[in-house]
Design a protein around this ligand. Structure first.
Ligand code: GLU
Length: 380
């Protein structure tokens, strides 16, 4: 196998992109106003995802709900649209101020992107959005996207932020979309019903049209219906969509680890070809680890994460987030994003995952390469 030589690419640019859409109630209070504590909890999760080799891109609702209590409620129904637009005008900067303040505490910068549906329809504008987001990512800056509610009226509106999140997932070539909401995924009946059962995983080919959904929340425009529309658009193209509750502890990490919510699995063939193009163009030629027979067999048999215990040797200089090769008997059997730099991997090679935290100061991950970021040779 021959990989093209690559120049140094900033670490953030090489990470797998993951779009996270948060509904209004995930970042604001029920009665209106930004919630500092909810945003703080969310950003902690972003840091954890970055440590696991992902680059999160945020689609945040909450502008209207952040601003509305500063305005007089309109008496006439026909004034409702301008009330919401004015609320967004007041609320969006308040929302962003809180993001900036919270992100500053963890040393991350962010950039605001406000768009309408028109912007995606016109090629020039579409490319401008993509270039801007790419440039932010190259500079390790978190993009925060919302609909430009103050100029959005029916004809040009994206509709709801679930649809906006779909467009942002496509425009950024992201691999996954997470929709954080109140319900912890898709249930066979109203999740408040004690007999309700949650679906853990749904294949892109499965038909879930017969399932009845709980009513949407009073705040925000989307609901389970709009989320399932997002699923239907993205999963055939190989993109995984995860729906989970922001009300649980570590809401994003547990979804990524498959410990809750519903995973709508993207078409694996499409995903493989996307990953193949991406990983194989940025793999480092001079960085690899050599695995033992047990690890080789485990990787070839099933899609499993590469654990440090199966690593015998580490070669070359690489950073956390770099794409390295996995070798067995002098042959490259896989490529993937390393969760550790070469020095850390030298220390933990051959060791059990449970020992990582005592061996490394920064033992955030339990795996050397996460299965989602590993492309085995049969896939090439
Ligand atoms: N753009 C709206 C806001 O930020 C939310 C739209 C939605 O809930 O889908 O308030």
């Amino acid at each position: 196998m021959c990989f093209p030589k690559i120049n140094y690419i900033k670490i953030s640019y090489m990470k797998m992109r993951i779009v996270i859409k948060v509904g209004s109630l995930a970042v604001t209070d029920e009665k209106g106003g930004v919630s500092y504590s909810k945003i703080s909890a969310l950003i902690k999760e972003f840091v954890a995802l970055r440590n696991r080799g992902f680059f999160p891109i945020l689609v945040s609702s909450g502008a209207i709900n952040s601003g509305k209590k500063l305005l007089k409620q309109p008496e006439e129904k026909k004034m409702m649209i301008s009330f919401q637009q004015a609320s967004a005008a007041v609320g969006q900067p308040l929302l962003m101020k809180t993001y900036v303040d919270v992100l500053q505490e963890v040393g991350i910068s962010c950039g605001q992107i406000l768009v309408t549906h028109e912007d995606f329809k016109q090629r020039k504008r579409f490319l401008n959005i993509r270039n801007t987001i790419n440039c932010l990512i190259e500079n390790d800056i978190l993009p925060i996207v919302n609909e430009n509610d103050t100029v959005s009226f029916e004809e040009i509106s994206v509709g709801d932020n679930d649809q906006l999140a779909v467009m942002i997932t496509e425009v950024t070539d992201a691999e996954k979309l997470i929709l954080l909401t109140e319900a912890d995924g898709l249930f066979n009946k109203n999740p408040k019903d004690p007999d309700a059962k949650r679906f853990d995983e749904i294949d892109y080919k499965d038909d879930f049209s017969g399932i009845k959904f709980a009513a949407k929340t009073s705040v925000g425009r989307g609901g389970m219906d709009t989320k399932l529309k997002a699923v239907r658009k993205l999963t055939p193209n190989g993109i995984d969509v995860l729906i989970g509750s922001f009300l649980t502890p570590s809401p994003l990490v547990r979804l990524i680890e498959g410990k809750g919510g519903t995973l709508f699995k993207g078409n694996p063939e499409k995903l493989t070809s996307r990953k193949k193009t991406w990983l194989s163009t940025i793999v480092k030629n001079d960085a690899w680890c050599v695995v033992d027979q047990g690890c080789y067999e485990a990787i070839m048999k099933a899609t499993t994460s590469l654990l440090p215990v199966g690593i015998r040797k580490v070669h070359g200089v690489f950073k956390r987030g770099d794409v390295i090769q996995v070798k067995y008997k002098n042959k490259t059997i896989a490529v993937g994003i390393s969760e550790f730099d070469h020095k850390e991997l030298q220390i933990i090679k051959g060791k059990k995952s449970s020992d990582i935290s005592s061996l490394l100061e920064h033992g955030a991950s339990k795996v050397a390469i996460h299965k989602d970021n590993l492309l085995v040779k049969t896939d090439f």
